[in-house]
Ligand binder design. Structure first.
Ligand SMILES: [Zn+2]
Length: 445
């Protein structure tokens, strides 16, 4: 044995278990993750890590399972301020009679900034380190995510009617270009095109999006095949199902993040697999709005990259990825009529590496591997609710709640420390949310 001096590193996290996600299904007992300059340097048994590395900071979590930070693959985080504003309604009634009128009255930079700030705090406390955002004022969202050191892909909205963000097609594209240019080289915040849905965006805008997403190499984040009504309307209006129409427009490719996808034929599932489409599965939103059931297991087994999202807080009503993991796993079994559908390891993979790949971040995050950025969450498994500990993956997916997340890092920076948010004033956030409650109540709906 050579007598080499220990190598300096920034951070050593010693965990009871490390669940790297890649390789698939593996749980490493008594392992440590070594971090330097925001990146994972090594994953190795704790005893070896102590001998080989001299860490500036060591965090020991002998009862904790360290997982990759969760990736929320579809959300509208400013809508956190509309949590519970209208429940128990079908999608179009909910949108047209409740959500859109309130949004028309409150939407603007202040609403967006305050909603994202509240969401960031909620996500961090639940082990989420990255969000695929889809809302107006992406410039404001990006600035708030950046200020909090939170990783996000912000959607550049395109919709066929005027909003507070843009008044015409050209203005949507001009503003999209400006936001993209501003953030294109940022290590934490990226951009995607976010056409709202096939029923709110015309062919001409989709064609521009196709061209620009190729040119700028950015994903296209789109709600589609959400309800049977959407399919029927598309057949009536365009003579094609939405996916066939998107294919005609050149958008069914590996840049597409297709959200919901509850209505799919066998042939459409295979088309998505062949073209490298990612599907963002929002199980709880689909259940709450009675939209339909995404064939998550059939998609995953066909080779489609499956990701998991909460959707906005107004249709969920939380940003709890642990809740979403469990719902997605259970629902997949019911839909497939097969208890082996979406097992625990596969579901956790969808909520981490699947999401990262969908967003185009697969080389940087989504698993605990040397070279990747250190986006990590530690889950305390010592609570009686997760005892006895027969199988770590089972406890994480089927028994753990987000309140068991103790620590979170994004790019190696601590964001949650023993359940306490770092650099976030939770009292001020709650006071601000109450102020929005009063302002919205005063609209007198
Ligand atoms: Zn949505």
């Amino acid at each position: 044995m050579t007598d080499t001096a220990p190598q300096p590193c920034d951070l050593l996290i010693e965990a009871g278990w490390v669940v790297p996600v890649e390789p698939h299904g593996v749980v490493l007992e008594d392992h440590a993750v070594v971090v330097s300059a925001g990146r994972i340097v090594a994953v190795l048994p704790t005893a070896q890590a102590r001998a080989r590395f001299a860490a500036a900071e060591t965090v020991a979590r002998p009862d904790g399972a360290l997982i990759p930070g969760l990736v929320n693959a579809h959300t509208h985080n400013p809508m956190t301020l509309l949590r519970g504003i209208a429940d128990d309604l079908p999608l179009m009634t909910w949108l047209q009679q409740h959500i859109w009128p309130v949004e028309a009255a409150v939407i603007g930079p202040e609403f967006v900034a305050d909603g994202v700030a509240l969401a960031v705090a909620e996500m961090l406390r639940g082990g989420t380190t990255c969000a695929n955002e889809n809302y107006f004022f992406p410039d404001v969202q990006a600035a708030v995510y950046k200020r909090h050191g939170f990783r996000a892909l912000v959607g550049l909205p395109v919709i066929d009617f005027p909003t507070a963000w843009a008044g015409s097609d050209d203005e949507y594209f001009d503003r999209a270009g400006e936001v993209h240019d501003q953030w294109r080289d940022d290590p934490l915040v990226g951009t995607a095109f976010a056409p709202h849905a096939p029923y709110t965006v015309g062919d001409a805008s989709f064609e521009r999006i196709r061209m620009l997403s190729d040119q700028l190499d950015v994903p296209v984040h789109l709600h589609t095949h959400e309800t049977a009504q959407e399919i029927a309307d598309s057949l009536k209006q365009h003579g094609q199902r939405p996916l066939a129409r998107l294919d005609r427009l050149g958008l069914v490719n590996d840049r597409l993040i297709a959200v919901h996808m509850t209505q799919l034929t066998e042939a459409e599932i295979h088309l998505c697999a062949e073209r490298g489409v990612s599907v963002a599965h929002c199980a709880e939103s689909n259940l709450k709005l009675a939209s339909g059931f995404c064939p998550a297991c059939a998609l995953q087994r066909a080779g489609v990259n499956l990701a998991i999202g909460t959707d906005g807080c107004a249709s969920n009503n939380d940003l709890d990825m642990f809740g979403e993991l469990r719902t997605a796993a259970l629902l997949a079994k019911a839909v497939a009529g097969d208890a082996t559908a979406l097992d625990a390891a596969t579901t956790l993979r969808a909520a981490t590496l699947g999401g990262a790949r969908a967003l185009g971040f697969g080389e940087r995050i989504g698993s605990i591997e040397p070279g990747k950025e250190a986006d990590l969450a530690c889950v305390d498994l010592s609570a009686l609710e997760t005892q006895p500990l027969h199988h770590v993956l089972s406890q994480l997916v089927y028994a753990s709640g987000r309140q068991q997340v103790t620590d979170v890092w994004i790019a190696g920076r601590r964001k949650l420390d023993s359940r306490v948010l770092v650099d976030i004033d939770t009292g001020a956030l709650v006071a601000n949310a109450r102020q929005w409650r009063d302002r919205i109540a005063a609209l007198g709906r």
